[in-house]
Design a protein around this ligand. Sequence first.
Ligand SMILES: [Zn+2]
Length: 434
Amino acid sequence: MSAAMHAHRALVVGFTVLAACGDPSEPVHEPVQPTANLAREIIDTKLVFDVTAKTATATITFGPATEPGASLESGDLAISTVTSDGADVLFAATGKQLDLGLAASTENLTVDIAYTWQNHENFEGASKNGYTLVWPYFCGNVFPCHSAPSDGTTFTLDVQGAPAGQTAVFPPEIPGEAPSYQIAWAIGDYTQLDLGTTTAGTLVSMWHLPNDAMKAMTGGAHLVAAFDWLEKTIGPYRFGNHVGTVDVAWPRGAFGGMEHHPRWHVGSAAIADEETNVHEAAHGWFGDGIRIRCWEDFVLSEGTVSYLAARALDVVAPTVGATVWQGYATDLASLSPTDPVWPQSCGVVDVIEDNLFSRAPYMRGAFFYKAVADKVGADKVDAALHAFYMAHGGGAATMQEMLETIHDVTGYDATACAQTWLKDAAIPTPGACP
Ligand SMILES: [Zn+2]
C-alpha cells in the first residue's frame, strides 16, 4: 500500500438556524463555534450508505468532554449538514479534519452528519469495484472517524443501492469496541456457503464469488475447527454469532486478507489458502478484539495472529500446520534485517511511510512466540494468550504488556528472547529461546 496524497480542501463553514423562543426569561444560547477537540472520544458510530448516490449519514456518539468542540477525520468527504437532536451544529471542514461546535458536556452527545463521498483505489477507501478497505488511516475517506488504532467504537452499518443481481455483504452490527479499520462492505454476486457451527454456537460461513465454490471449500476446510479452538483456548469471541470469510475481487497481485470482523475479507487470489483464512479469523482476538496501543505495537497484532494461525492449524490439522511453518521459514529467510519489527516509541512511527508494514513483524513475531513455546511448552503460551485476552479484550494493549503476561503466566522471562527476535537487526535461527 502506498500513502495517499489528498488535495487540500477549502474551508467550509456550516450555518445554524436558531429557533425563535417566545419566553424572554429564557437565556439566549449562543451557538458554539466549531472547535478542534481531538480528545473527545467516539463511543458509537452508526453508518448508512447509498452506494449508487454516494450519499451517507453517520450518527456519531461522543463521550463526555470537559472542553468544547469535537474533531473527526473527514478525508475528502463533502459534509452537507451536521445536526444534534434536530438542531444544526456549526462545523468547519478544513483539510481532512471536521471540527464541530459542541458544548462541553458531562453526558454523551450524538450528532448526525450527512455527506457525500468519493471512490478511492489502492486500498484507500471505497473502491469502484465494490469493496472498502481503510487500513491503516483512510477511514476518513468513507466516514467521519478517529483512525488511531487504540480508539475503539461500536458500529452499526447499512449499505443500500447495490446493483441488481448483486448483494452487499457486511456486518449489520459490530457489538464490541472496534478500531476504525475493522468496518467494511463488499458488493458482488455472492453465494453464502455455511461451513458449520462452533461449540459456542458461532456460525462460520464463506461468502464466495461465482466459480470460487471449490476454492472456498478448500480454504475453509478447517476454519470451523480453528475458530472453535480459538474460542475455547483464547476466550469468547466479541463480534457476534455469524462470522466468516468474504471472497473479494481485489486487484490482481493482491494476495492476503483484511481483518474486517465479523465478516473478514480475503482477496480472491488467496481464498483457497487455509493460512490466510485462519489468520484473518484470529484477528478477532488480536488486532480487533484487542486493539494495538500505537502503530509501534503492530507486532502484537500481526506477529501474534501469524503465530495463532499456525498454532491453531497445528492442533486441528497437523499436516496443514506443518506446511504453514515451512512457509513461514521460507518467508523468514527472505526478510531484510533492516526492516523494523517493534520500534520502541509510541505514536511516532507511520506504519506505511516508516516501512513497518513489511513481512518482518509477521514472521519475526510468529517465530518469537514459537521460540517461547519451544522453551516452556505451547500449552503454556496458549495460557498466556488466554490470560492476556481476558485482561485486555475490548481495549488497547502493548507488546511490552504481552512480555509481562508471558512472564507472569509461564514463569519464563522472555525479555532477552524478544530482544533477538523483535529488536535486534540480525535474524535469529528458529528454535527454543535460550
Ligand atoms: Zn493480519
